[in-house]
Design a protein around this ligand. Structure first.
Ligand code: NAD
Length: 322
């Protein structure tokens, strides 16, 4: 059920992964609501730069620590939290290859530790899950009732299965310990503060387009994604936080595009002379991806507002400025 803004003024919110792409935008939105935000991040894929504009804010605290280890006994972490939002996790294709154990640990050990803390504090716990929970889906578009099609030992499995475990843990703590939880399944999100070299399609294509280099599209380029601008995702997450819904609830957009359409759009918006170069398809790369947003609409009143042209233009402008 959607309720009026529940988390804001004076609430203490622990946000893991808050120095990352999504986390830093979430931190901005929570600060703007009047919350006190404690970001816990070890910068494995995030950066202090993403929150540099917040470090002097009186309601912002940055703690550098690995959330897969026991939480450090420092003052900002000892006081009670009203909400705990677990967004820490390497999440890009290059990370799946380079940080497999770190991904497994932050999806499992860190999730369990944070759920324990949420129960102890009586805090609402929000888990950042993923459309990767559906694997290479055999059902299209993907409703939350679909159980997915995941290769448990493939190159992406450390991420997919860690997130599936973290969902199971979150439901287990709800049923077994009475935890107040909400799970959001995030579909491909993009925008300012993405890493240019993280291997995800949009920052890769934008970087290549701005350098007039070939746009490297995997496979035939006919595989699809539904891309979501980060401000829409953040709004959806806050709707879930404020609600009493458990989820999982999909969050994203229905703007489904092939990789070739995405490449063409980015080349055009970048005023680039780049051409597409098809390269080998990565293993277990999902063929189609589009969220069924019925639940998000009905339970949260969620509606994405930013179309791909507008969001991609903003993203191109950001990378250009850098
Ligand atoms: P990101 O890599 O930019 O952010 C992740 C942040 O978590 C980084 O700041 C990183 O340093 C931090 N982190 C990772 N492991 C940590 C640890 N052990 N201890 C402390 N901090 C740690 O990635 P993102 O795209 O912003 O993703 C944020 C969350 O959203 C992740 O949980 C991801 O799985 C989820 N998600 C993102 C997308 C997307 O399209 N961006 C899609 C689905 C799910």
């Amino acid at each position: 059920m959607v309720v009026a803004q529940r988390y804001g003024e004076r609430h203490r919110i622990l946000l893991t992964g808050g120095a990352g792409f999504v986390g830093s935008h979430l931190a901005d939105a929570l600060i703007a609501r009047g919350a006190h935000v404690v970001v816990l991040d070890n910068f494995v894929t995030g950066s202090k730069d993403n929150v540099a504009h917040l470090v002097d804010h009186p309601r912002f605290t940055l703690v550098e620590a690995d959330v897969s280890e026991p939480l450090p006994a420092v003052e900002p972490l000892s006081a009670r939290f009203d909400a705990i939002m677990h967004f820490a996790s390497p999440a890009s294709p290059t990370d799946f290859e380079q940080l497999p154990v770190e991904i497994l640990r932050v999806g499992s050990l860190a999730t369990l530790q944070l759920l324990e803390r949420a129960v102890a504090d009586g805090a609402r716990f929000i888990l950042a899950s993923t459309s990767e929970a559906y694997g290479d889906p055999l059902v299209h578009p993907q409703p939350e009732t679909y159980w997915g099609n995941v290769n448990p030992i493939g190159i992406r499995s450390v991420y997919d299965e860690a997130k599936r475990f973290s969902e199971a843990a979150t439901m287990g703590y709800r049923r077994g310990r009475g935890a107040d939880v909400g799970i959001v399944r995030i579909f491909n999100t993009y925008g300012e503060r993405m890493r240019p070299d993280d291997g995800r399609a949009i920052p890769t294509f934008v970087t290549q387009a701005l350098r007039d280099e070939p746009i490297t599209v995997h496979g035939s380029g006919t595989q699809t994604r539904s891309i979501c601008y980060v401000s829409d995702l953040v709004r959806g997450i806050l709707l879930l936080l404020d609600s009493t819904e458990t989820g999982p609830i999909n969050c994203g957009t229905e703007h489904e595009m092939t990789m070739l359409e995405l490449a063409d759009t980015i080349v055009r918006l970048s005023d680039s002379t780049s051409r597409v170069a098809l390269i080998a398809r990565t293993a277990d790369d999902p063929e189609r991806r589009r969220p069924d947003l019925t639940k998000a609409r009905e339970l949260l009143g969620y509606e994405p507002l930013v179309g791909p042209e507008e969001g991609l233009a903003r993203t191109v402008a950001y990378f250009k400025a850098r």
